[in-house]
Design a binder for this molecule. Structure first.
Ligand SMILES: *[C@@H]1O[C@H](CO)[C@@H](O)[C@H](O)[C@H]1NC(C)=O
Ligand SMILES: *[C@@H]1O[C@H](CO)[C@@H](O)[C@H](O)[C@H]1NC(C)=O
Ligand SMILES: *[C@@H]1O[C@H](CO)[C@@H](O)[C@H](O)[C@H]1NC(C)=O
Length: 331
Protein backbone atom coordinates (compact mmCIF):
# COMPACT_ATOMS: atom_id res chain seq x y z
CA UNK A 1 0.00 0.00 0.00
CA UNK A 2 2.79 2.35 0.99
CA UNK A 3 4.42 1.54 -2.34
CA UNK A 4 1.28 2.76 -4.14
CA UNK A 5 1.43 6.07 -2.27
CA UNK A 6 5.09 6.47 -3.11
CA UNK A 7 4.37 5.85 -6.80
CA UNK A 8 1.46 8.31 -6.64
CA UNK A 9 3.58 10.99 -4.93
CA UNK A 10 6.46 10.65 -7.40
CA UNK A 11 4.05 11.46 -10.23
CA UNK A 12 3.98 15.02 -8.90
CA UNK A 13 7.72 15.44 -8.45
CA UNK A 14 9.08 17.66 -11.22
CA UNK A 15 12.20 16.26 -12.85
CA UNK A 16 14.66 18.51 -14.60
CA UNK A 17 18.06 17.87 -16.08
CA UNK A 18 20.70 20.55 -15.90
CA UNK A 19 23.10 20.78 -18.77
CA UNK A 20 26.66 21.98 -19.28
CA UNK A 21 26.42 24.58 -22.01
CA UNK A 22 29.26 26.23 -23.93
CA UNK A 23 28.67 29.44 -25.92
CA UNK A 24 31.33 30.78 -28.29
CA UNK A 25 30.47 34.37 -29.29
CA UNK A 26 33.61 35.92 -30.76
CA UNK A 27 32.32 39.06 -32.52
CA UNK A 28 33.53 42.28 -30.87
CA UNK A 29 30.23 44.10 -31.28
CA UNK A 30 27.74 45.12 -28.63
CA UNK A 31 24.85 44.73 -31.09
CA UNK A 32 25.77 41.07 -31.59
CA UNK A 33 26.38 40.25 -27.93
CA UNK A 34 23.18 41.96 -26.71
CA UNK A 35 21.17 39.32 -28.57
CA UNK A 36 22.87 36.39 -26.84
CA UNK A 37 23.36 37.56 -23.27
CA UNK A 38 19.72 37.19 -22.12
CA UNK A 39 19.94 33.56 -23.24
CA UNK A 40 23.00 32.82 -21.04
CA UNK A 41 21.40 34.66 -18.15
CA UNK A 42 18.11 32.74 -18.30
CA UNK A 43 19.76 29.36 -18.85
CA UNK A 44 22.04 29.88 -15.84
CA UNK A 45 19.14 31.06 -13.66
CA UNK A 46 17.32 27.85 -14.54
CA UNK A 47 20.18 25.83 -13.08
CA UNK A 48 22.23 25.07 -16.18
CA UNK A 49 25.96 25.49 -15.96
CA UNK A 50 26.82 27.96 -18.70
CA UNK A 51 30.32 28.82 -19.94
CA UNK A 52 30.52 31.56 -22.53
CA UNK A 53 33.39 33.11 -24.47
CA UNK A 54 32.27 36.70 -24.99
CA UNK A 55 33.57 40.20 -25.70
CA UNK A 56 30.94 41.74 -23.40
CA UNK A 57 30.75 39.81 -20.13
CA UNK A 58 28.00 41.01 -17.79
CA UNK A 59 30.08 40.21 -14.67
CA UNK A 60 26.95 39.86 -12.55
CA UNK A 61 27.93 38.18 -9.25
CA UNK A 62 24.32 36.99 -8.84
CA UNK A 63 24.69 34.71 -11.86
CA UNK A 64 26.64 32.00 -10.05
CA UNK A 65 26.07 29.38 -12.75
CA UNK A 66 27.45 31.58 -15.51
CA UNK A 67 31.19 31.49 -16.26
CA UNK A 68 32.33 34.17 -18.67
CA UNK A 69 35.65 34.01 -20.54
CA UNK A 70 36.31 37.66 -21.27
CA UNK A 71 37.79 38.34 -24.72
CA UNK A 72 37.08 42.08 -24.69
CA UNK A 73 40.61 42.69 -26.06
CA UNK A 74 39.29 41.54 -29.45
CA UNK A 75 37.68 44.98 -29.85
CA UNK A 76 41.10 46.37 -30.76
CA UNK A 77 40.90 44.35 -34.00
CA UNK A 78 37.85 46.32 -35.01
CA UNK A 79 39.36 49.69 -34.16
CA UNK A 80 40.24 50.34 -37.79
CA UNK A 81 36.96 49.17 -39.23
CA UNK A 82 35.24 52.53 -38.96
CA UNK A 83 37.91 54.20 -41.10
CA UNK A 84 37.85 51.34 -43.51
CA UNK A 85 34.07 51.39 -43.69
CA UNK A 86 34.06 55.06 -44.48
CA UNK A 87 36.59 54.78 -47.26
CA UNK A 88 36.38 51.46 -48.96
CA UNK A 89 33.69 49.07 -47.79
CA UNK A 90 30.97 48.01 -50.21
CA UNK A 91 28.69 44.99 -50.40
CA UNK A 92 31.11 43.57 -53.00
CA UNK A 93 34.24 43.60 -50.84
CA UNK A 94 32.90 43.28 -47.32
CA UNK A 95 33.50 39.52 -47.09
CA UNK A 96 37.08 40.02 -48.23
CA UNK A 97 37.66 42.76 -45.65
CA UNK A 98 35.94 41.00 -42.76
CA UNK A 99 37.54 37.61 -43.52
CA UNK A 100 40.99 39.05 -42.85
CA UNK A 101 39.93 40.84 -39.66
CA UNK A 102 38.04 37.82 -38.33
CA UNK A 103 40.91 35.50 -39.17
CA UNK A 104 43.27 37.72 -37.18
CA UNK A 105 41.16 37.84 -34.04
CA UNK A 106 40.08 34.21 -34.27
CA UNK A 107 43.71 33.13 -33.99
CA UNK A 108 44.15 35.32 -30.91
CA UNK A 109 41.02 33.81 -29.34
CA UNK A 110 42.10 30.24 -30.07
CA UNK A 111 45.50 30.83 -28.51
CA UNK A 112 44.07 32.66 -25.47
CA UNK A 113 45.02 30.52 -22.39
CA UNK A 114 41.46 30.00 -21.00
CA UNK A 115 40.34 28.86 -24.47
CA UNK A 116 43.40 26.62 -24.79
CA UNK A 117 42.38 25.08 -21.51
CA UNK A 118 38.90 24.37 -22.90
CA UNK A 119 40.55 22.64 -25.86
CA UNK A 120 43.13 20.57 -24.01
CA UNK A 121 41.73 19.91 -20.52
CA UNK A 122 38.58 18.55 -22.03
CA UNK A 123 35.62 19.36 -19.84
CA UNK A 124 32.35 17.78 -20.84
CA UNK A 125 29.65 19.85 -22.47
CA UNK A 126 26.16 18.75 -23.43
CA UNK A 127 25.68 21.35 -26.14
CA UNK A 128 27.81 23.98 -27.88
CA UNK A 129 26.37 27.22 -29.31
CA UNK A 130 28.50 29.01 -31.90
CA UNK A 131 28.02 32.43 -33.44
CA UNK A 132 27.53 32.21 -37.19
CA UNK A 133 30.33 34.70 -37.91
CA UNK A 134 32.81 31.88 -37.17
CA UNK A 135 30.99 28.68 -38.22
CA UNK A 136 34.27 26.70 -38.24
CA UNK A 137 34.20 26.92 -34.43
CA UNK A 138 31.39 24.34 -34.58
CA UNK A 139 34.41 22.03 -34.39
CA UNK A 140 34.24 22.51 -30.61
CA UNK A 141 31.13 20.31 -30.61
CA UNK A 142 33.29 17.58 -32.16
CA UNK A 143 35.78 17.86 -29.28
CA UNK A 144 33.02 17.29 -26.73
CA UNK A 145 31.04 14.97 -29.01
CA UNK A 146 27.81 16.86 -28.35
CA UNK A 147 25.05 18.60 -30.33
CA UNK A 148 25.80 21.97 -31.93
CA UNK A 149 23.62 25.06 -32.37
CA UNK A 150 24.44 27.92 -34.68
CA UNK A 151 23.20 31.28 -33.41
CA UNK A 152 23.06 34.60 -35.22
CA UNK A 153 22.25 38.16 -34.23
CA UNK A 154 20.81 38.68 -37.72
CA UNK A 155 19.59 36.41 -40.49
CA UNK A 156 22.13 33.94 -41.81
CA UNK A 157 23.38 34.40 -45.35
CA UNK A 158 22.15 32.43 -48.36
CA UNK A 159 25.04 29.88 -48.48
CA UNK A 160 24.23 28.97 -44.86
CA UNK A 161 20.53 28.55 -45.66
CA UNK A 162 21.46 26.31 -48.56
CA UNK A 163 23.87 24.21 -46.47
CA UNK A 164 21.01 23.68 -44.00
CA UNK A 165 18.61 22.68 -46.75
CA UNK A 166 16.44 25.81 -46.46
CA UNK A 167 15.04 26.90 -49.83
CA UNK A 168 16.97 29.88 -51.10
CA UNK A 169 15.78 31.15 -54.50
CA UNK A 170 17.61 34.39 -55.27
CA UNK A 171 14.55 35.76 -57.06
CA UNK A 172 12.57 35.67 -53.85
CA UNK A 173 14.84 36.20 -50.83
CA UNK A 174 17.35 39.03 -50.58
CA UNK A 175 20.66 38.08 -49.00
CA UNK A 176 21.52 39.89 -45.75
CA UNK A 177 24.56 41.40 -47.48
CA UNK A 178 22.38 43.34 -49.92
CA UNK A 179 20.35 46.44 -49.08
CA UNK A 180 17.19 44.96 -50.64
CA UNK A 181 13.85 44.32 -49.06
CA UNK A 182 11.30 41.83 -50.34
CA UNK A 183 9.44 41.88 -52.65
CA UNK A 184 12.37 42.36 -55.01
CA UNK A 185 11.97 44.16 -58.31
CA UNK A 186 13.56 42.77 -61.46
CA UNK A 187 16.83 44.72 -61.15
CA UNK A 188 17.19 43.72 -57.50
CA UNK A 189 16.68 40.06 -58.40
CA UNK A 190 19.50 40.24 -60.94
CA UNK A 191 21.87 41.96 -58.47
CA UNK A 192 20.86 39.57 -55.70
CA UNK A 193 21.63 36.59 -57.97
CA UNK A 194 25.06 37.96 -58.92
CA UNK A 195 25.77 38.70 -55.26
CA UNK A 196 24.75 35.17 -54.35
CA UNK A 197 27.13 33.68 -56.94
CA UNK A 198 29.90 35.90 -55.59
CA UNK A 199 29.30 34.97 -51.94
CA UNK A 200 29.00 31.26 -52.74
CA UNK A 201 32.29 31.41 -54.62
CA UNK A 202 33.93 33.41 -51.84
CA UNK A 203 32.73 31.15 -49.05
CA UNK A 204 33.77 27.93 -50.83
CA UNK A 205 37.14 28.95 -52.22
CA UNK A 206 38.44 31.63 -49.85
CA UNK A 207 36.55 32.04 -46.58
CA UNK A 208 36.17 28.37 -45.58
CA UNK A 209 39.64 27.13 -46.66
CA UNK A 210 41.40 29.96 -44.75
CA UNK A 211 39.45 29.27 -41.57
CA UNK A 212 39.86 25.52 -41.94
CA UNK A 213 43.65 25.92 -42.01
CA UNK A 214 43.42 27.80 -38.73
CA UNK A 215 41.22 25.16 -37.14
CA UNK A 216 43.54 22.42 -38.32
CA UNK A 217 46.38 24.22 -36.55
CA UNK A 218 44.52 24.63 -33.25
CA UNK A 219 42.13 21.68 -33.15
CA UNK A 220 43.66 19.16 -35.58
CA UNK A 221 40.33 19.40 -37.33
CA UNK A 222 39.82 18.01 -40.81
CA UNK A 223 36.04 18.42 -41.15
CA UNK A 224 34.91 20.91 -43.80
CA UNK A 225 33.02 23.95 -42.56
CA UNK A 226 30.21 23.33 -45.01
CA UNK A 227 29.75 19.86 -43.52
CA UNK A 228 29.76 21.29 -39.99
CA UNK A 229 27.02 23.77 -40.96
CA UNK A 230 24.90 21.18 -42.72
CA UNK A 231 25.11 18.94 -39.66
CA UNK A 232 24.11 21.48 -36.98
CA UNK A 233 21.25 20.38 -34.78
CA UNK A 234 19.58 23.78 -34.69
CA UNK A 235 19.92 27.37 -35.85
CA UNK A 236 18.67 30.33 -33.82
CA UNK A 237 18.52 33.51 -35.88
CA UNK A 238 17.53 36.93 -34.65
CA UNK A 239 14.83 37.62 -37.20
CA UNK A 240 11.51 39.26 -36.49
CA UNK A 241 9.01 37.83 -38.97
CA UNK A 242 6.62 40.74 -38.32
CA UNK A 243 9.08 43.47 -39.33
CA UNK A 244 11.16 41.55 -41.86
CA UNK A 245 9.73 39.43 -44.61
CA UNK A 246 10.33 35.92 -43.38
CA UNK A 247 11.34 33.00 -45.51
CA UNK A 248 10.55 29.31 -45.75
CA UNK A 249 12.84 27.34 -43.43
CA UNK A 250 13.12 23.78 -42.18
CA UNK A 251 12.21 22.73 -38.67
CA UNK A 252 15.77 23.18 -37.33
CA UNK A 253 15.79 26.93 -38.07
CA UNK A 254 14.18 28.95 -35.28
CA UNK A 255 13.51 32.72 -35.25
CA UNK A 256 14.33 34.35 -31.94
CA UNK A 257 13.79 38.00 -32.96
CA UNK A 258 11.74 40.60 -31.15
CA UNK A 259 13.40 40.68 -27.75
CA UNK A 260 15.85 43.30 -26.52
CA UNK A 261 17.50 43.71 -23.14
CA UNK A 262 20.25 46.11 -22.20
CA UNK A 263 23.25 44.12 -21.03
CA UNK A 264 25.46 46.96 -19.87
CA UNK A 265 25.80 47.08 -16.09
CA UNK A 266 26.10 50.88 -16.24
CA UNK A 267 22.96 52.95 -16.85
CA UNK A 268 23.03 55.26 -19.86
CA UNK A 269 24.09 58.78 -18.90
CA UNK A 270 21.26 61.29 -18.84
CA UNK A 271 22.36 63.50 -21.70
CA UNK A 272 20.20 66.14 -23.23
CA UNK A 273 19.85 64.95 -26.81
CA UNK A 274 19.27 68.47 -28.09
CA UNK A 275 22.64 69.54 -26.66
CA UNK A 276 24.30 66.53 -28.22
CA UNK A 277 22.83 66.80 -31.68
CA UNK A 278 22.40 70.56 -31.90
CA UNK A 279 19.24 72.59 -31.51
CA UNK A 280 16.71 72.33 -34.29
CA UNK A 281 18.61 69.51 -35.99
CA UNK A 282 17.50 65.97 -36.44
CA UNK A 283 19.43 63.01 -37.68
CA UNK A 284 18.29 60.42 -40.10
CA UNK A 285 19.79 58.35 -42.85
CA UNK A 286 18.80 55.62 -45.20
CA UNK A 287 20.23 52.14 -45.01
CA UNK A 288 21.05 52.16 -48.68
CA UNK A 289 23.37 51.56 -50.23
CA UNK A 290 25.36 49.52 -47.73
CA UNK A 291 28.42 51.70 -48.30
CA UNK A 292 26.63 54.82 -47.07
CA UNK A 293 25.19 52.97 -44.10
CA UNK A 294 28.60 51.61 -43.07
CA UNK A 295 30.31 54.93 -43.60
CA UNK A 296 27.80 56.69 -41.33
CA UNK A 297 28.31 53.99 -38.72
CA UNK A 298 32.04 54.56 -39.15
CA UNK A 299 31.66 58.28 -38.45
CA UNK A 300 29.62 57.59 -35.37
CA UNK A 301 32.12 55.05 -34.06
CA UNK A 302 34.97 57.48 -34.56
CA UNK A 303 33.15 60.02 -32.44
CA UNK A 304 32.83 57.36 -29.77
CA UNK A 305 29.12 57.64 -29.44
CA UNK A 306 26.56 54.93 -29.04
CA UNK A 307 23.67 54.98 -31.40
CA UNK A 308 20.16 53.68 -31.14
CA UNK A 309 18.13 52.77 -34.16
CA UNK A 310 14.42 53.09 -34.14
CA UNK A 311 12.08 51.80 -36.74
CA UNK A 312 9.30 54.22 -37.43
CA UNK A 313 6.10 52.39 -38.22
CA UNK A 314 7.99 49.48 -39.70
CA UNK A 315 10.38 49.52 -42.62
CA UNK A 316 9.25 52.17 -45.07
CA UNK A 317 10.58 52.09 -48.56
CA UNK A 318 12.06 55.46 -49.42
CA UNK A 319 13.73 55.47 -52.81
CA UNK A 320 14.36 51.75 -52.55
CA UNK A 321 15.73 51.88 -49.01
CA UNK A 322 14.62 51.53 -45.45
CA UNK A 323 13.98 54.69 -43.49
CA UNK A 324 15.58 54.62 -40.11
CA UNK A 325 15.99 57.38 -37.59
CA UNK A 326 19.10 57.56 -35.50
CA UNK A 327 19.53 58.89 -32.02
CA UNK A 328 22.94 59.83 -30.71
CA UNK A 329 23.70 59.07 -27.12
CA UNK A 330 26.92 60.45 -25.70
CA UNK A 331 29.08 57.79 -24.05
C1 LIG B 1 22.54 27.40 -10.02
O1 LIG B 1 22.30 26.07 -10.42
C2 LIG B 1 21.72 25.24 -9.42
C3 LIG B 1 21.58 23.83 -9.96
O2 LIG B 1 22.63 23.47 -10.79
C4 LIG B 1 20.36 25.80 -9.04
O3 LIG B 1 19.81 25.01 -7.99
C5 LIG B 1 20.51 27.23 -8.57
O4 LIG B 1 19.24 27.78 -8.34
C6 LIG B 1 21.24 28.07 -9.61
N1 LIG B 1 21.47 29.38 -9.04
C7 LIG B 1 21.34 30.53 -9.70
C8 LIG B 1 21.53 31.78 -8.93
O5 LIG B 1 21.09 30.57 -10.87
C1 LIG C 1 45.20 50.23 -37.63
O1 LIG C 1 45.71 51.14 -38.59
C2 LIG C 1 46.98 51.64 -38.29
C3 LIG C 1 47.35 52.70 -39.31
O2 LIG C 1 46.86 52.41 -40.57
C4 LIG C 1 47.99 50.47 -38.27
O3 LIG C 1 49.27 50.93 -37.97
C5 LIG C 1 47.53 49.47 -37.22
O4 LIG C 1 48.36 48.34 -37.24
C6 LIG C 1 46.11 49.02 -37.47
N1 LIG C 1 45.66 48.20 -36.36
C7 LIG C 1 45.19 46.96 -36.50
C8 LIG C 1 44.78 46.25 -35.24
O5 LIG C 1 45.04 46.43 -37.58
C1 LIG D 1 46.96 17.74 -32.39
O1 LIG D 1 47.89 16.75 -32.72
C2 LIG D 1 49.15 16.92 -32.11
C3 LIG D 1 50.09 15.86 -32.63
O2 LIG D 1 49.46 14.63 -32.74
C4 LIG D 1 48.99 16.88 -30.59
O3 LIG D 1 50.23 17.12 -29.97
C5 LIG D 1 48.01 17.96 -30.14
O4 LIG D 1 47.77 17.89 -28.77
C6 LIG D 1 46.70 17.79 -30.89
N1 LIG D 1 45.85 18.89 -30.56
C7 LIG D 1 44.56 18.75 -30.21
C8 LIG D 1 43.83 19.99 -29.92
O5 LIG D 1 44.03 17.66 -30.14
Amino acid sequence: MVFKYVIFATMFVPISHCANILGIMPTPSYSHQIVYTPLWKELSLRGHSVTVITTNPVNDPKLVNLTEIDINFVYSYFANVSKLAENTLTMWNMYEVFTEIILAFEEVILSFPPVQELIHNKKTFDVVLVEFVCPELLNFAKIYDCPAILISSLDISAPFHRALGNPSPTSLYADIGTPFLAPLNFKERIINTIFDLYTSYYYTYVFYPKRERLLKKYLNSTVSTEKLISEVDMVFRNVNPVVQMDRAVGSTTISIGGYRETISSKPLPKTNLIDTIGKGKSLSFKICPLKIFLSRIGKVLRHRRAICFEWHSGPKRVGGANSVSVTYIKT
